[in-house]
Design a protein around this ligand. Structure first.
Ligand SMILES: *[C@@H]1O[C@H](CO)[C@@H](O)[C@H](O)[C@H]1NC(C)=O
Length: 639
């Protein structure tokens, strides 16, 4: 590790900002309970995960806890929905009430959830398949997910605990492992006492641990809670005949010194991330180093060019010069299809600011994972409000590029890209519906999204466009000739495809470690919390994108090719190609999804993310090149 000392310093500074985030959004206040008060336990959807024995992910869609075929116990009056944020729903949470009864501070062993459940063939097959796919149950006690302890006592700070497990050790070749269903849950709940002035102490929930077990409990009405959990025989659902299952649970309360404000820390400190962090910092430093080298070289070459060009004008006879000055009469010629370019740039600016501000909020601790879905909600709201910026940028660029169809531009800006994204999202959602997965976004949420878009985003975008068209065009520093110049054929790495592939890899290199963590959090449902690093990564990505694109545009102009506008967009946007490629590598190495639906869904979402990245990085590339071209042509004298 050659950069370990600066890396360590940076690491310290960054981790501090995430750990210190002891403040929460207003409204997310602690709940105080008296002794014996009911503490709510909510159930969330089942999510696929992986474990040491099968590290590959075998499914991607979540299922509702109260899915018919799972046969879990329901509360007496049926499950009720728990209010959730928009972001929480969009990202798949389905939180419902449960039949579990937890009383603050009261140890209760072997409680019956409901009467015995009968598992017929179809249900048994369904459940066994879900056990094989490593599905996790996700419970929330007082809003806190349970960490999980397996029967060897190892604690896992993941969200959720397994639905069941397979035979240990694995049976000999050819035999199918027997799946065992966890039928008994031991809840270990840590509580923190708050001394009270009046003398009756209050308690807060500060930790939840679940230890699931498979045991054949029996109904027994002579016992206090109606069940006998003494048997240690595991339960396996037979796919031939009916199996009867009695679901039971025990609750143990343990006093704890952990303060409520820090109750999330143990989930966020998960698997020692140092190795990944070091590698991230190292790669970031290498990328910064590379780009600054490139920048310096470029700056020198430019300074030489400019002083040479400006001297040349004095002795007119030296005219056999080549280089970027030759295309001064064409470099500001409007590119083909200015409409599409300006719309992409409008949406790209919207994405750019949305991403930056969302990550900054998260970094400051406003979007703690304890506040479910807040990240998604904030991102969507920001995108909506930034409609104004999108409209403004699109209109101003379009006007500067000499576009005439301003009405079309105003209308298309808020509809084209969001429309494509929404249609794609809707299409993928259909697949989820077909699979009866709870991951499908409910119709009402879809309507709400469309409503927000039409009522807030579209008018804001129109207003932005209006301002954009009223602002003056951005003056070019040189005049454009009447007759376009001939462009010599491109050679070598300057041909479109090689130049894009070459340039796209650097910004990708800046973010790919973070990307790995984000992918794990999306597909393996792990908590993502390294917003400090994400913020730095975003910054590095912006710098790398701009530098690389500027360099490419410089070479392009030197080769007397003045079609730099689309080229700069695509050069930076090529980063998205690598992101998609990375998703495919991830797909091959970490997922093994049976069936068409899971694969379509995975590739569909990856393509969508790639598309958004394309617009985002493309916009960064275009604007930095634009700035660069304005600057260099503004600094030479032209008669
Ligand atoms: C409840 O169970 C926990 C864990 O076994 C134990 O530490 C605690 O003392 C028990 N509380 C009471 C009131 O018995």
């Amino acid at each position: 590790m050659m950069f370990s000392t600066p890396a360590k310093a940076l690491l310290g500074a960054l981790s501090l900002s995430t750990v210190v985030s002891g403040f929460y959004l207003p409204g997310v206040a602690p709940t105080d309970y008296k002794k014996g008060d009911t503490v709510p336990l909510y159930v969330n959807r089942l999510t696929p995960s992986s474990n040491e024995k099968s590290p590959e992910l075998r499914s991607v869609f979540p299922f509702d806890y109260y899915h018919d075929k799972l046969g879990f116990c329901q509360p007496k009056n049926g499950p009720e929905k728990v209010a959730e944020s928009l972001g929480s729903i969009l990202f798949g949470d389905r939180i419902l009430t449960s039949p579990f009864e937890l009383h603050m501070g009261k140890n209760e062993t072997c409680k019956k959830q409901c009467g015995p459940k009968k598992y017929k063939k179809k249900m048994a097959t369904f459940v066994n398949r879900r056990i094989w796919q490593n599905y996790n149950l996700n419970f929330l006690v007082d809003g806190l997910p349970g960490s999980y302890v397996d029967n060897t006592g190892t604690e896992y700070f993941t969200q959720g605990f397994p639905l069941g497990y397979l035979d240990t050790p694995e049976p000999e070749d050819g035999k199918v492992p027997t799946p065992y269903l966890n039928t008994h849950y031991n809840f270990m709940i840590d509580f923190h006492e708050i001394p009270s002035r009046k003398g009756d102490p209050r308690y807060r929930v500060v930790g939840v641990t679940v230890q699931p077990e498979s045991r054949q409990s029996r109904e027994d009405n002579t016992r206090e809670f109606g069940a006998n959990c003494d048997s240690e025989e595991p339960v396996s659902l037979s796919e031939e005949h009916e199996t009867e299952v009695l679901y039971t649970y025990s609750v143990y309360w343990r006093p704890s010194k952990t303060a409520w404000a820090t109750r999330w820390d143990r989930y966020l400190g998960v698997e020692n991330p140092n190795i990944h962090w070091f590698s991230l910092v190292n790669s970031a430093i290498i990328v910064i180093f590379l780009t600054s080298m490139v920048g310096m070289v470029l700056l020198r070459a430019l300074r030489k060019d400019i002083s040479r060009y400006n001297q040349l004008d004095i002795n007119e006879d030296v005219q056999d010069d080549s280089g970027w000055k030759l295309v001064h009469g064409d470099v500001f010629r409007a590119p083909k299809n200015p409409m599409l370019l300006s719309i992409l740039l409008g949406s790209g600016s919207q994405l750019f600011f949305m991403t930056g501000v969302t990550i900054a909020f998260a970094l400051l601790g406003f979007l703690s994972p304890s506040n479910r879905g807040s990240l998604g909600t904030v991102a969507i709201l920001l995108y909506t409000l930034l409609g104004f910026v999108g409209g403004y940028v699109s209109a101003r660029v379009y006007k500067t590029l000499g576009g005439e169809a301003w009405k079309k531009n105003i209308i298309l800006t808020p509809f084209l890209i969001p429309g494509i994204v929404f249609a794609w999202f809707f299409f993928l959602n259909l697949f989820l519906f077909m699979n009866q997965s709870s991951g499908a976004v409910p119709f009402t949420t879809m309507l709400a999204l469309i409503g927000i878009w039409f009522v807030i985003s579209v008018p804001l975008s129109f207003a932005g466009s209006w301002f954009g068209f009223r602002s003056p065009i951005i003056e070019a520093p040189v005049r454009t000739n009447q007759i376009p110049r001939q462009i010599p054929p491109s050679i070598g790495y300057l041909r479109p495809i090689p130049s894009m592939l070459l340039a796209g890899i650097l910004p990708f290199g800046a973010i790919f470690v973070e990307l790995y963590f984000i992918m794990n959090s999306i597909w393996f449902h792990r908590v993502y919390y390294m917003f400090g690093f994400l913020f730095v990564c975003y910054g590095i990505m912006i710098v790398t994108c701009s530098m690389v694109t500027i360099l490419m545009v410089y070479f392009l102009l030197c080769s007397e090719n003045y079609h730099w506008q689309w080229r700069s967009f695509f050069t930076a946007g090529a980063c998205a190609f690598y992101i998609f490629l990375n998703a495919i590598v991830y797909w091959v190495s970490k997922l093994s999804l049976g069936g068409l639906t899971g694969n379509v869904l995975y590739l569909g979402y990856s393509a969508l993310i790639g598309f958004l990245f394309f617009i985002l990085t493309g916009t960064i590339g275009f604007f930095s090149s634009y700035f660069f071209v304005q600057k260099i042509y503004g600094s030479i004298k032209i008669e």
